[in-house]
Design a protein. Sequence first.
Length: 367
Amino acid sequence: MDLKRTPLYEMHQKYGGRIVDFGGWALPVQFSSILEEHRAVRERAGLFDVSHMGEIKLTGPQALAVAQRLVTNDVAALADQQILYSPMCYAHGGIVDDLLVYRRGPEDYLLVVNAANTDKDYLHVSEVARQYPGARVENSSDATAQLALQGPRAERILQRLTGAPLAEIKYYWFRPEVEVAGVKCLVSRTGYTGEDGFELYCSPTEAPQLWETLLEEGDEDGLVPCGLGARDTLRFEARLPLYGHELSDQSTPLEAGLGVFVKLGKEGFLGQPVLVRQQQEGVKRKLAGFEMLERGIPRAQYPIALNGEEVGFVTSGTFAPTLEKNLGLGYVPVELAGVGSEFDVVIREKPTRARVVKTPFYRRPKG
């Protein structure tokens, strides 16, 4: 099967990226080492190609109505140039995807979705929108490149390349038109690493030039190109969920600990009756963070057991470079999800002790 390539594929090769198959995309897992890239983002800055992410435009007088039907969070609460994180559910309460909603205007929304889910999400959004003649849906993923500049020095580096006052872009807000080194970009401030940072959306033809300019400008601040490996360890430490791991059509936002993004009082979104019932009755299982008390790294799909009986499974796990511990996330019965609870992770058929800890595992220092 031919892998899809982002507009930065040649840059990945030029900068020594080790290319892997990521959900049908040819993307770099690392450039130097996952550990070095992880530390660069925590201490300085890293540059990621996230052009594989999907972008779906939702416009027209009924665009808001469609968005409200689709997602569990309250899109009506957004101001222009504000961003919302939300799960998007099926009628049975399972998660279609988790996404960002950018409000460009009262009739103009941009949905940023996970790469592997783009086609599925586009069909789902289009299906819902069919009931609303005043809404238009367009998959603009191929016309959009996205770079993510992350880390404590991100603002300093980017500010040298633009006249726009970046300090005025608050967390989960964006500016629709910012010139960065001569390239027109939509610049937002969200991030998927637990650090401060910016996303730059631009035309695919201008993305390679922007990539090179950013790396050159950021060299004195220790900016490095980063791959999917560090992106995963960084998001994991910050307990940011990954679709296909923590989230799926078999899990609900309440089980995944995303209840704060579910506005049950909002009118008529898909999955609402199921989630209302689940809230009233209580969830049977919960996503919990844990640390290993014995040697071993928990990996996705490893069984979680109590007294020899399988009771759950690991969704993500790794050696966490910032904390220098083996940590994991997994679904366990609600009575085992409290901080201090202990159970076994079955690693290569060997029960290995673990204890539930407070999450997120990592929070960036204030100030």
